[in-house]
Ligand binder design. Sequence first.
Ligand SMILES: [Zn+2]
Length: 263
Amino acid sequence: MPELPEVETIVRGLTAVSGARIDALQVLDSRLEIPADEISGRTIEAIRRRGKYIVFHLSGGRLLIVHLRMSGRLTLTRSPAEKKYTRFILHFDRGKVYFINPRRLGTVEYSRSGFPHLLGVEPLSTAFTAEWLEGVSAASRAQIKPLLMDQKRIAGLGNIYAAEALWRGGIDPRRVAARLTKEEIQALHPAIVQVLHEAIDRMGTTLGRSVADYRDVSGDYGDFQGRLAVYGRKGEPCRRCRAVIERIVQAGRSTFFCPGCQG
Ligand SMILES: [Zn+2]
């Protein structure tokens, strides 16, 4: 599932169409409630990421907002196999952007009045400091991993990178956030920032090879999956202490962690 690094990679890849005028928006899925006539003819002034959202800033202050959810993709190229999963196409004089959405879980919204979602702090912004994380943790009764994945607190972290950051910080994902020590927060904060930067540098994580798995806008797979320390590694030895990685279910989601070095 695309998280901050994958979405950031896609947004960076879409700069090729930033500044371009949309000749036409072709909607291929009747369930998409977006006014194609109103969007066609507008210029894309910027393309930005907010949390896991991809936001096309259009002329006239309009926003076209895409969330990929589990398996959506935005791509500049399309394979024949992807044709039947294509839900919209943005046409430009310099090319096309395809929205591929195999399971129809990805969402598309159009806004005339700004970004409509309340999201927390961006973890790669200067607002995300160890002190800020300490304050949010101290005020929470949640376990630390679900807290890290709460988009209203921190925008963009999901199941993979929350687990990886906790492993790097040496913190058990089941710990109650408010009970983490200052030293633990001081270890967790840079772990979050570093794992996100490293994953962006490697164009994100691709877990499989199906039509629903993440790829960048050129159709290339991410390269961070080989660097995962705990996610998807149940039964394998910890890269740090050689204990066997475990999988538990937390807040309805899989959590992978090392019982040896995440105390
Ligand atoms: Zn370990």
